[in-house]
Every structure is written in structure tokens, then in C-alpha cells.
Design a protein around this ligand. Structure first.
Ligand SMILES: [Fe+2]
Length: 256
């Protein structure tokens, strides 16, 4: 019964999104095709070294500043400043960047999104789970577009964004339920569940390793996490977008 409900919800999601795309002026291009196919696309040299350094310094300043509304995880590793675009014009420029808005429009049909920019610094600390608290989908049904920008160099020890290519596609979402790998509608996963998913579906984890200033566009309906960080700090920006109001659970994360 639950499977039938999921199937209907997936079909409704396709219908709503495709209708929106039809009337939005969205265009097909290389980035969009790759996003549809893989769920993750790399865009090089979005920001210069100097720009990254300037934004890192600002993130440190806001984290140290007592008046900033911050979210910090239990291990004291992940420091997040949501809605930073509303208090700082340098960050707002990234949030409103035309290249990002174009990719959002082409992928979701959303012309005038609601949303915000999250700036985060994650530090190597014992027991950290990585950004996002482990493997998950941002939504079990709705396709999501996120732009992610590294503001520091990220290698495999610095908590890279990890993504399972193709796991966002409806056919693969449904296949995982039919194979009994995941429960219908499940969106958080244990390491063990991910290992058996990779094994049974012949999929691989992609570590998004890149230099500072590189951007990734991702459909975060696909399975992803921040890899637990072993050394140094990772500075990152995440653009969140919705085609309706911002969900109310973000209300206490707003800047005053
Ligand atoms: Fe996520």
C-alpha cells in the first residue's frame, strides 16, 4: 500500500514539475542534461582565490560574533550561518548569481524562488558525522536543486561532499524499494544500507574533490552527505531554493 502511495506521489511530482518547466522559459543545455543524468555537475573557477579568502574571513568573523544566529552540531564541528545573504551583500551576490538562477530555472522551472544562503565551516573534531549528519536525501520525492561552493581546497580528508550518481532518478529511487534495499519513502540511511545499495545497484560514491572557488550543482534528492572530516576545516556555501514558502522549521535559523 505504501509503495502505491509513493508511486502516485512520484507521478504527481513529475507532472507538477514538467508543467512548471513548460511555461517557465527553461532551456536544455549541457549542465541541465548532466544534472538530469548524474545529479551532480561541476562548474570550475566560480570564485578567485582572493574572493574565497575574503569570504572565509567573513565566515570566521560571523561565527565568532555573539550576535550572529548560528547552528552548531553536537560534536562542535559543524558551524552554520543560515540566511547569511540577508545580512551581508557579498554573500547575497552569490545567492542571486545569474548563472545559478539560470541552472535552477532550467532544472526545476522555478523563476522566482524563495530561499536563502547557508555559509558553513566544519572543523575536524573527534566523533563528527560530517556535514548533514550522515547519508540522506533532502527530500524522498521532490527533486531539489542546490548550488554548493567550496571556499577552501577540499581533498578526501577535508570532508568532501559525497554523492551517489544517478540515485536521484525516479527509476533508481523506485528500484531500491522494489529490491527491498530501502523502505518506501525512506530518506536517511545507515552506512550498512548504503554499502548494500552500492553493491546491489552497481553504483559508486563520488567524492566532490575540488579547489577553492569551485561550484557544484546537485539534485539533493540523490543520496549524499558530507564525508566526516579528518583534518583542517572546510568552508562552504549552500544555496537553498523553494518554489513556494521557506519551510517553517527554518524560522529559528533566521538572522535577527
Ligand atoms: Fe542534504
Amino acid at each position: 500500500m505504501k509503495m502505491l502511495v509513493i508511486l502516485i506521489k512520484e507521478m504527481a511530482e513529475s507532472f507538477i514539475r514538467n508543467t512548471r518547466l513548460l511555461f517557465s522559459g527553461a532551456k536544455q543545455n549541457q549542465i541541465n542534461s548532466s544534472l538530469k543524468e548524474n545529479g551532480l555537475v561541476r562548474v570550475h573557477d566560480f570564485y578567485s582565490k582572493d574572493e574565497c579568502e575574503k569570504l572565509r574571513t567573513k565566515i570566521d568573523y560571523y561565527i565568532a560574533d555573539e550576535t550572529t544566529n548560528k547552528w552548531i552540531d553536537e560534536s562542535g564541528s559543524d558551524h552554520r550561518i543560515y540566511f547569511i545573504n540577508e545580512i551581508d551583500e557579498d554573500f547575497n551576490r552569490f545567492y542571486e548569481h545569474p548563472k545559478i538562477r539560470e541552472a535552477l530555472l532550467n532544472y526545476t522551472g522555478t523563476k522566482e524562488p524563495s530561499g536563502m544562503l547557508l555559509a558553513a565551516r566544519i572543523d575536524a573534531k573527534d566523533g563528527n558525522l560530517g556535514s548533514g549528519g550522515g547519508w540522506h536525501r533532502d527530500s524522498p520525492i521532490t527533486h531539489q536543486f542546490k548550488a554548493i561552493c567550496y571556499l577552501s581546497n577540499v581533498d578526501s580528508n577535508c570532508g568532501p561532499f559525497q554523492y551517489i550518481r544517478g540515485s536521484h532518478r525516479k527509476v533508481n529511487v523506485l528500484k531500491a524499494y522494489f529490491l527491498g534495499l530501502f523502505k518506501a519513502g525512506q530518506y536517511r540511511f545507515t552506512e550498512h544500507e548504503i554499502e548494500s545499495y552500492l553493491d546491489k545497484t552497481d553504483s559508486k560514491v563520488t567524492d566532490f574533490i575540488a579547489t577553492e572557488g569551485t561550484v557544484a550543482f546537485a539534485d539533493t534528492k540523490g543520496i549524499h552527505r558530507g564525508k566526516p572530516i579528518k583534518e583542517g576545516s572546510r568552508y562552504v556555501l549552500f544555496c537553498y531554493f523553494w518554489n513556494k514558502d521557506i519551510p517553517t522549521h527554518f524560522d529559528n535559523l533566521r538572522q535577527k
